[in-house]
Write a protein of this length. Structure first.
Length: 716
């Protein structure tokens, strides 16, 4: 007889949820902390571990009771919400990737994380109103956009893809994560694959993508005009001057009246010349030189008197303020002022009388300033030199005005030596020069070499900027310095400097991090780096460790130049802050009261923002030309240095052309590579091969993408 084993069945027990005042407080607290998001009864069951049928019935009854009593809100059916009003803020969207964004709120220490599902159709750069709530699951403060206060833009550059029934524009901007739907009636004459400007006209809550219309067809992708116009539009650069602004410039008289000359210091008889790039069209600074009776040197730094022609509250003034700076793209300049001013009236062309605003110094043989004078002048340039011509005069001692040029060069070297002795830093980023054909295509590119002729001009411009700032700082009203526009550069962040020092150590370079010795230590490093393959990489990292220079009315000094006070006075044709400095200086020379500080601070902020935009646009045009140039080197092996590492790839800067491309980790077949964030390096999982910034590598040029301005490499 078989013995049957009877399995003893254990009765399953379910822990009942007790409906208590404590549970009520927990529910209220939970709903208040996750506000403004409504929560379904199913979510509440899960959150409070309510599992069996009877407990759920009692729990729902209890929740409804809390809602009836006003402790929580019932939102249609069985959705509930807390009664606490969420904190509300206004900020700007930084749309990081398709999944989330940060809202940058002024005065708030940490940016607020927002899921893309909670962005309410907000796009990168938009000013928005948000409500914050605490996400228990993620244990952090998050946000939800409740209103788009102001769109940063409604028009975008992209590539149009046309099908039989509709079209989409694939937007270039990496922070625009939606394609724009376009009806075939709204594509103008655009052809499939062309670059266009699309305007978003509607975006209903039910549509995944915004709807738009093509506003302008830029042309075939990859062509010079198409890509440069795309960059100009991307960064909001104007294509031309409004007609009324051109007309205002055209109406300015060409002739200088004797009445105006009589108001000024006449320096037309003093030897004067300009030194500029060979392709320069506007000459906004000139140097004059003569020996004094005491055997010293009177040096005049003469700057185009732009504010004589551009008066406050005029159309020319408003346009100059709006642009705030000229922008130097690879193949063209987007000027701040119309050509009548920049290339004619205000350009210090040779053999013409010109109105200038001057800083005149008497220097002794050691380049020490014995006296200074600031004011409006009239000059007559005797000669226009290119940098190459001036350099030849320095090197050979032959040609026009060689004695004057060499005297200026000797004084400039003494000024530079003194500047470095007082803490100036000599690091500079590499500037690339392109050789273009008549269509704008790059035939070659090479790093710009700065010789004595460049440094000569630079030193005297620095002297003028410094002395103007110091002069105004000494002008007091009620015991305080009068308002001035300064160019300031804050001290570097100690943590960034320490990180840079550790980076430099990998190449065998030691830095003295003592604050008083840091500048001289950095300069010694710059000397040691000269001509080395790693020079550009290390100098770029050094510049990143420094603070960014800005315009402000605060006399905070300029760390990089080693100056206590510094302004921009020497380039009013191309920089609006220089125009402000001219006006303020003249106001105080005339004995005027201090200008409104708040008004000028706002103008400084605007100028700094426009400067950043200009720098980004210039970099984009350089990158475009680099990508275009590297099309000629597909499948060629080249040497470079790792310039950056990320979770998706290794950036490499080529030694010869200084072009930067990326080796995607997914393309590296010899191992599985991952990014070690703590040590800032990429590591192979099996063979432990590492790649870090500064490592020399060999690559193969695999691909270029002009629309995205990217170069793909393969590691060898």
């Amino acid at each position: 007889m078989k013995r049957q084993n009877k399995t003893k069945q254990k009765k399953k027990t379910t822990k009942r949820v007790k409906v208590t005042a404590q549970l009520g407080n927990q529910i209220i607290s939970f709903l208040n902390n996750v506000a403004p998001q409504k929560q379904s009864i199913k979510t509440l069951y899960k959150t409070f571990k309510v599992k069996d049928k009877k407990s759920r019935k009692e729990f729902l009854h209890f929740i409804l009771h809390l809602a009836d009593e006003g402790f929580i809100k019932r939102i249609k059916g069985t959705y509930f919400q807390g009664t606490r009003e969420a904190d509300s803020f206004e900020g700007v969207v930084d749309y990081v990737n398709p999944h989330y964004a940060y809202i940058l709120v002024e005065g708030m220490e940490k940016d607020i994380w927002v899921s893309s599902n909670n962005l309410n159709r907000a796009l990168d750069g938009d000013r928005v109103q948000i409500r914050t709530f605490y996400n228990n699951r993620r244990n952090r403060l998050e946000g939800e956009v409740t209103e788009v206060v102001k769109r940063s833009r409604s028009e975008f550059v992209g590539t149009i893809e046309i099908s039989s029934r509709f079209a989409f524009v694939i937007v270039d901007d990496r922070k625009m994560h939606f394609d724009v739907f376009v009806n075939l009636d709204d594509i103008q004459e655009a052809q499939h694959g062309e670059r266009v400007i699309v305007e978003i006209t509607e975006w209903s809550p039910t549509d995944k993508n915004p709807v738009g219309i093509v506003k302008r067809v830029l042309g075939k992708s990859g062509e010079n005009e198409t890509e440069i116009h795309a960059i100009m539009f991307e960064y909001g650069l104007p294509f031309n001057f409004p007609e009324h602004v051109e007309l205002a410039a055209a109406n300015i008289p060409d002739k200088i009246s004797q009445k105006e000359i009589d108001k000024r210091r006449d320096m037309r008889e003093v030897t004067t010349f300009t030194i500029d790039p060979f392709n320069a069209k506007d000459f906004d600074d000139a140097l004059s030189i003569r020996k004094t009776a005491e055997g010293h040197w009177e040096i005049g730094i003469h700057i185009a008197d732009v504010t004589h022609y551009v008066k406050p509250n005029t159309e020319l003034e408003m346009e100059a303020y709006n642009r705030a700076t000229s922008v130097y793209l690879v193949d063209r300049t987007v000027p701040m002022l119309p050509e009548k001013l920049s290339n004619q009236l205000c350009s210090l062309r040779p053999h013409e009388d010109k109105l200038t605003f001057s800083a005149v110094f008497v220097l002794d043989e050691y380049a020490q300033v014995q006296s200074e004078w600031f004011g409006r002048t009239v000059i007559h340039s005797d000669r226009r030199f290119t940098y190459e011509e001036a350099q030849e005069a320095i090197e050979t001692g032959e040609g026009d005005f060689t004695t004057e040029i060499n005297t200026l060069n000797e004084l400039a070297k003494k000024l530079q030596k003194e500047r470095f002795a007082h803490g100036a830093i000599s690091f500079e980023s590499v500037e690339l020069v392109f050789h273009l054909d008549e269509t704008g295509s790059p035939l070659g590119l090479f790093p710009k070499v700065r010789k004595d002729a460049h440094k000569l001009i630079e030193e005297f411009m620095l002297l003028a900027n410094k002395k103007v700032a110091e002069f105004v700082f000494r002008q007091k009203e009620k015991g305080k310095p009068k308002t001035m526009v300064y160019r300031t550069h804050d001290n570097p962040d100690p943590e960034k400097v320490a990180n840079f020092s550790n980076f430099a150590k990998r190449f065998g370079y030691e830095l003295n991090l003592n604050e008083t010795n840091l500048a001289s230590s950095l300069n010694q490093l710059a000397k040691e780096l000269e001509g080395k393959p790693e020079q550009n990489i290390i100098e770029s990292q050094a510049i990143r460790a420094m603070a960014k220079a800005v315009y402000t009315t605060q006399p905070l000094g300029h760390y990089g130049l080693g100056f206590k006070h510094y302004s921009h006075f020497t380039s009013p044709i191309r920089r609006y802050p220089d125009m402000m400095a001219h006006r303020l200086l003249q106001q105080y020379l005339d004995g005027g009261n201090a200008a409104d500080k708040a008004e000028f601070e706002e103008r400084c902020k605007h100028s700094s923002e426009r400067e950043r935009r200009a720098v980004e646009a210039e970099r984009a045009s350089i990158k475009f030309k680099q990508v275009e140039f590297m099309q000629n080197y597909i499948d060629e092996e080249m040497e470079g240095i790792v310039s950056g590492v990320t979770e998706w790839g290794i950036y490499v800067e080529l030694n010869t052309t200084k072009c930067e491309g990326m080796v995607r980790l997914s393309s590296m077949q010899d191992d599985f590579y991952y990014y070690d964030e703590e040590n800032k390096q990429v590591i192979g999982k099996k063979y432990k091969q590492t790649y870090a910034i500064g490592d020399p590598v060999k690559i193969l040029v695999k691909n270029t993408n002009i629309a995205k301005r990217t170069i793909d490499f393969e590691m060898l």
